[in-house]
Ligand binder design. Structure first.
Ligand code: TRP
Length: 453
């Protein structure tokens, strides 16, 4: 085993296994589960997409998650440093560099959606969702919110500042504490919402949409999205889990922690689907509504819940918090790079990166009808959609491909398995990370890129 680098002790660390699991799950669980999963599943025809997503989570996501965690803990480093530590004179550190850039890119559009969530929180507080709310009214409200330039830009900024506050507080104090308290509360609230949605008239249609696969509905783009979604949801492919792994104490068992994170993340995505789709068919919203899906569907059911007013407030508060534990991990990757590799202080890193992210967030915020140029940026796609596809699907897939090649063939499965405390299922994991992951991810990427022309 490799000795940790000299500065390892003052980088910060998670206090306990539970703290780590919750923080890593906090990174994984976010808008990806509640906002992105339902709308991409809806756009790609439901069942077949969901099944493929689940296969990708188990066969590719979990192995890559373990690869990232072991590389992170073994190197005690940010994504760039992790590659550099074992192969300083190679091009591999650039893979980490791509990860840092991707984190920055995802953060810049993620805070915009998180800002929408804050906006809904404000409206829940002032009683907007108290009475019956039709799908049309809900759709109109959504359109008016996201096309308001001042509000969306301001709320994205607020969200960035909140994220910056936690990341400045450091690993144990800020990130771990926030996750430990809030994630369990969120889970309970989701269960109640799913219960409500599943007892609505016509709920069976939603379950059928979600779980009965019709492969004729799945396009090449859909396959790419399922892979992108599996990686995005687990926070993989850009080194967020390398970074979090680097803060995990040596004595913790990686496969157990990794499996727990993947399990909870997937469970919450399924809950997200079980909330949205039954309600959607019941109130008559189209499944392929797009990024507004969750925001349009949910307000139509709050009033029918006991204590609907409080419920709506709690839901948007917790959705915002779930988003916060994810943006924290995105910003943390970029910060860790500047702290470890460039020897900046944490404060300086935050002070430089946050304004830069804001600049890239502005065009996304203005791209939902606020400013025409950004709204149809590449063909029909808005600036926000373009960012999401570029960073959230393609770049994560390229990252996951390279990380699995690195861990499988360059750093080597032997070192990784040793880091995983001689993981019992190491042989299966080795095959997945050396063969299944690179071949499948490579094939999806190549087919997707060919399909673009
Ligand atoms: N996984 C988070 C979500 O589902 C988003 C996220 C946080 C992320 N960190 C990441 C995605 C790193 C990709 C890579 O909302």
């Amino acid at each position: 085993m490799h000795a940790p680098p000299a500065n390892a002790s003052n980088r910060g660390a998670f206090g306990s296994r539970m703290g780590f699991i919750l923080a890593a799950a906090g990174s994984a669980i976010g808008l990806g589960n509640i906002w992105r999963f339902p709308y991409t599943a809806g756009e790609n025809g439901g069942g077949a997409f969901v099944l493929l997503y689940l296969v990708f989570v188990v066969a590719l996501g979990l192995p890559v998650l373990l690869a990232e965690l072991s590389l992170g803990r073994a190197s005690k480093s940010n994504p760039v440093g992790a590659f550099k530590r074992f192969f300083p004179q190679s091009w591999w550190p650039y893979v980490g560099g791509l990860g840092v850039l991707t984190g920055f890119g995802i953060l810049a559009f993620y805070v915009v959606i998180a800002g929408w969530s804050l906006s809904y929180l404000g409206r829940a507080l002032t009683g907007t969702f108290d009475g019956a709310f039709t799908a049309e009214e809900s759709g109109a409200l959504f359109t008016s919110i996201i096309s308001d330039p001042a509000e969306t830009v301001a709320l994205a900024a607020v969200f960035l500042v909140l994220t910056a506050g936690v990341v400045r507080a450091g690993v144990g104090g800020g990130i771990e504490l926030a996750s430990k308290i809030l994630m369990p509360v969120f889970f309970v609230l989701l269960l109640v919402l799913a219960g409500r949605s599943l007892t609505l008239d016509g709920a069976e249609k939603g379950i059928e949409f979600l779980f009965s696969p019709d492969f004729s509905k799945l396009s090449t783009e859909g396959v790419m999205s399922a892979l992108g979604q599996a990686l995005f949801s687990l926070s993989l492919g850009m080194g967020a889990m390398i970074t979090y792994g680097s803060y995990l104490p040596e004595k913790e068992n990686l496969p157990v922690a990794g499996a727990a994170v993947a399990f909870f993340d997937t469970l919450i995505a399924m809950l997200g689907g079980l909330i949205i789709f039954p309600a959607l068919f019941s109130v008559g919203v189209a499944p392929n509504e797009g990024p507004g899906l969750v925001f349009v569907v949910l307000p139509t059911i709050f009033h029918s819940l006991p204590a609907g007013h409080i419920f709506a407030i709690a839901f948007y508060a917790l959705l915002s918090i779930a988003a916060l534990t994810s943006t924290i991990s995105l910003l943390e990757v970029v910060v860790a790079y500047f702290v470890d590799e460039r020897k900046w202080t944490r404060d300086k890193a935050v002070a430089v990166i946050v304004p830069a992210t804001f600049c890239l967030a502005v065009p996304s915020a203005l791209s939902q009808g606020g400013v025409e140029f950004f709204s149809a940026f590449v063909g029909e796609k808005s600036f926000l959609d373009t960012q999401d596809i570029l960073f959230g699907n393609i770049s994560l897939s390229v990252g996951a491909l390279l990380i699995s090649l690195f861990v499988g063939w360059k750093w080597g499965v032997k070192n990784a398995i040793e880091e995983m405390d001689n993981f019992g299922a190491g042989a299966i994991w080795s095959i997945l990370i050396r063969f299944a992951c690179p071949v499948a991810v490579g094939a999806v990427l190549i087919t997707y890129v060919i399909g673009l022309f």
